[in-house]
Design a binder for this molecule. Structure first.
Ligand code: CU
Length: 833
């Protein structure tokens, strides 16, 4: 390391020391914390599972009370899904993706850090409720009316608010990963050359973007019902609990693939390495992954076959559910083909992959069985389903993740895990798993229902339950062995050689032990397995022969490229260590946690503080005007340091975030029309002798008009800013702020002046929630404009450097759509109906 360029680069990317370590935002640090935290939640969920197996080992067992048992199974499902399966895959991706793509970091490091801290705080809050006996008890699906009317206490609120908070963090990570895959690749790495892992993560992140918002919308509705008595799910006032089931499973089914596909992504990285040959059928795998992603949004009703839906929809969803086996099969056949043509090395890592695939296939086949409606009528809510879903999730997710641990452990630590201990763990887990979960199919077919805290003797349930409990401890023992191997001190173990598995993808180009800069210089990539197929690549990377081999200004920099062809666009400066994301997460957490207890003053203070922190973070860390327009990045090329519009990563992040936001809004609109389909007269004039009033027609339309004025003023403000007509910019922005606020007031004025009471009937509460949603968004839109005006005032934005106002204009296109849809639904639909 005598190269002064390398020294500067190292200094720029240095990890902070001491207590400042926790201000790190770099993907390798945040990714590691994220992974370890998710794994800790996994162990917690696993202990809960063992407690349940102890309880169910013997008939008529009263070791746990029914209430304790209900809290434990609810928490087991919720923890495994929300605190382990989704987060760990995002965590691994945050850690690995930039290295695979030869990028120095993800485009928004502070957003990753914020997401992590939100996840930690929310997760601990949700789990802690169990120790105070106030945990949620409604199952991980939280069906009303049980969770709205019949359960005392704040358990459901903890679930709704705590997990919404974590879902928002998951969406933040998804935005980061989408922009990372599309915009932060090395030059030359066209979309058809990216590692399969990146393809899978792209598909999954897009799925998260469209699957989580319906659940967040559902959470909002249920929390409004619980806290304010707005009757969305109360049948006596026109509500319908089925809406929750739809919103939940529109999320819940894609969720299965959201946790399955990234694990298969790990498999797709491991198999070529251990078969020592490129993956067969790259194009087919990509097509199948995208196909699975699409199909998975059309299957949710198979969770609702027994709710009395019309036969036609059951038929369609049954067929679609069986069809999803096809793209899944394509991927598995590609993996098998690769293993057949390669020279396979039988390492523990590969054993876990194979065990995972085999187990997943068994779960997939019982899945085809339950996709057939008549069979589902029999098996629904029995232990058959418990057996099925654990074969899918443990085979499809857990075993591949364990394989990933073995594969990437040397990448993270420079040491390797023991093959001997690995074999012990492998057999304990594989045998323990099958002993635990296979008998559940039989117990279920014999008629044993799910979610019961005990069962009577003499009905044939004793033996399968006892065997399951024994197997569960075998599976647990396997994890203890793995845990010991992962965490035992390895100070005297030698470092592994560089690229220890002789893999072909770029993440293995790092030295051992690795430097925090990610990659010494960012290479030009022309193949799918560059370390195999591009000669001398590692030596040239090390010699700093490619891009960004230096950090002349001591800043953290990475390359931004075009989405399809990966042509160079920008040298992006990413922010370094900061405690701002941590504090922002603490205050955001405060808003959700204090709201759970209805401590509104504290929640209000926290929302002000979190707003202030986030604005400070944006102010200091985004769209910074550089000291020069371009800089040389190596290989004789110069790139701009500042870009705005569709070329910029910030624009993409805004666009993607607004898509997620619109999805949540459309879910609420879906609710409105759902109630119309289940009622003979909607909106009704009277209900139980009381008049039911909505927003009327006049004021919603006035609101749309004012919203359009605001939008037009925003567009003009952007143009005048660009033309450097400063007075015009301020005038137009001010007009937009005023029109936005007036539009919000007009929207609220309709229901207010009509004397609407949202608690009377579901029509008034649905109207209320659409008004509320749009009102809050108009306030946000106005705030964004005030931010832009302040940026211009303080010289942080000018005619050339206009990313702020360009991104805000983009957001305003969506805001206008939101207000227009709300206004026209409220004003016009009652006339049509
Ligand atoms: Cu499903």
């Amino acid at each position: 390391m005598n190269d002064p360029r390398a020294k500067r680069l190292l200094k720029a990317w240095e990890t902070p020391k001491g207590w400042r370590y926790w201000s790190a935002v770099n993907n390798s640090e945040v990714g590691l914390w994220y992974t370890l935290t998710a794994f800790a939640f996994f162990l917690f969920g696993g202990v809960l599972a063992l407690i349940m197996r102890v309880q169910l080992a013997l008939p008529d067992n009263h070791w746990l009370t029914p209430d304790q048992y209900n809290q434990i199974f609810t928490m087991h499902g919720s923890v495994m899904m929300f605190l382990f399966a989704v987060p760990i895959l995002e965590a691994i991706s945050i850690m690995l993706l930039p290295e695979m793509l030869g990028s120095r970091d993800l485009p928004f490091p502070r957003l990753s850090a914020y997401g992590y801290w939100c996840f930690l705080i929310g997760g601990v809050f949700v789990c802690a409720s169990l120790f105070f006996g106030v945990g949620p008890r409604g199952g991980w699906f939280m069906y009303p009316p049980m969770t709205t009317e019949y359960q005392e206490g704040i358990g459901p609120d903890i679930w709704l608010l705590g997990l919404s908070f974590i879902e928002i963090a998951s969406i933040a990570a998804a935005v980061e990963l989408i922009v990372g895959v599309l915009k932060c690749r090395p030059p030359g790495m066209r979309l058809n050359l990216i590692p399969l892992y990146a393809w899978y993560i792209l598909v999954v992140a897009v799925m998260i973007l469209f699957a989580f918002p319906p659940l967040i919308a559902g959470d909002l509705l249920m929390e409004l019902e619980r806290a304010m008595d707005w009757p969305f799910f109360d049948v006596e006032r026109g509500g319908d609990p089925m809406l929750w089931q739809h919103l939940f499973w529109i999320f819940g089914h894609p969720e299965v693939y959201i946790v399955f596909l990234p694990s298969i992504a790990l498999v797709a990285m491991i198999i070529p390495t251990f078969a020592r040959t490129p993956m067969a059928g790259y194009g087919w795998i990509v097509l199948a992954a995208v196909g699975t992603g699409f199909l998975s949004f059309g299957l949710w009703v198979h969770h609702m076959f027994t709710t009395g839906l019309p036969g036609i929809s059951i038929g369609i969803f049954s067929a679609a559910s069986q069809a999803v086996a096809i793209p899944t099969g394509v991927q598995i056949f590609c993996f098998i083909a690769t293993l057949l043509v390669g020279r396979v090395q039988r390492k523990v890592c590969l054993k876990f992959v194979l065990a995972g695939l085999a187990t997943f296939i068994i779960g997939g086949l019982t899945g085809v069985m339950v996709a057939i409606a008549p069979f589902d009528y029999q098996a629904h809510d029995t232990y058959f389903i418990v057996g099925h879903l654990h074969y899918v999730l443990i085979g499809g997710t857990i075993f591949p993740i364990v394989a990933g641990f073995y594969y990437y452990y040397p990448f993270v630590t420079g040491k390797r895990l023991s093959e001997r201990l690995g074999n012990i763990a492998f057999w304990l887990m594989l045998i323990g798993f099958n002993v635990a979960f296979f008998p559940m199919h039989l117990a279920g077919l014999t008629g044993m229902p799910r979610r019961v805290h005990t069962f009577p003797g003499g009905m044939g349930f004793e033996l399968p339950n006892l065997i399951s409990s024994i197997g569960a401890f075998g599976l647990g023992a396997g994890f203890v062995v793995l845990l010991w191997d992962v965490f035992r001190p390895k100070g005297n173990h030698p470092y592994v050689p560089r690229n220890v598995w002789n893999a072909g993808t770029l993440e293995w180009s790092g030295q051992v032990p690795d430097h925090p800069w990610g990659i010494r210089s960012i290479p030009i990539i022309e193949t799918r397995y560059p370390l195999w197929e591009q000669e001398n690549l590692m030596a040239e990377i090390d010699a700093g022969q490619f891009y960004l081999a230096d950090a002349e200004e001591g800043r953290r920099e990475t390359l931004v490229t075009s989405a399809v062809d990966a042509e160079l666009i920008q040298c992006l400066r990413v922010p370094g260590p900061s405690f701002l994301p941590f504090w922002a997460a603490v205050f955001t957490g405060g808003v959700f946690i204090f709201s759970t207890y209805h401590w509104w003053m504290l929640a209000g203070c926290c929302s002000v503080l979190s707003f202030a922190t986030i604005v400070t973070w944006m102010w200091t860390g985004t769209a910074e005007i550089p000291e020069k327009e371009t800089k040389p990045v190596g290989l004789g090329q110069s790139l701009p340091l500042y870009v705005s519009g569709p070329a910029a990563v910030g624009w993409w992040a805004m666009f993607i975030t607004m898509l997620g936001d619109m999805t949540a809004f459309i879910s609420l609109v879906f609710g409105y029309f759902f109630y119309w389909t289940v009622h003979e007269d909607f909106p009704p004039a009277h209900w139980n002798g009381e008049p039911v009033v909505g927003a009327g027609s006049l004021w919603p339309l006035v609101s749309v008009g004012l919203g359009a004025v605001a939008w037009f003023a925003v567009v003009m403000a952007r143009r005048w800013n660009h033309n450097d007509f400063i007075l015009g910019f301020y005038a137009s922005s001010s007009l937009a702020v005023a029109a936005a606020l007036a539009s919000g007031v007009a929207l609220v004025w309709g229901p207010y002046s009509n004397g609407m009471d949202p608690t009377v009937h579901v029509y008034s509460s649905t109207t209320g929630v659409l008004v509320l949603w749009s009102f809050v968004h108009l306030i946000l839109g106005a705030t964004m404009l005030l931010y832009c005006m302040a940026r211009r005032l303080f010289g942080k934005m000018d005619a050339e450097h206009d990313a702020d106002i360009v991104n805000v204009t983009l957001a305003w296109h969506f805001l206008l759509l939101t207000v227009a849809i709300t206004g026209s639904v409220l004003a016009l639909f009652p006339w049509v109906a």
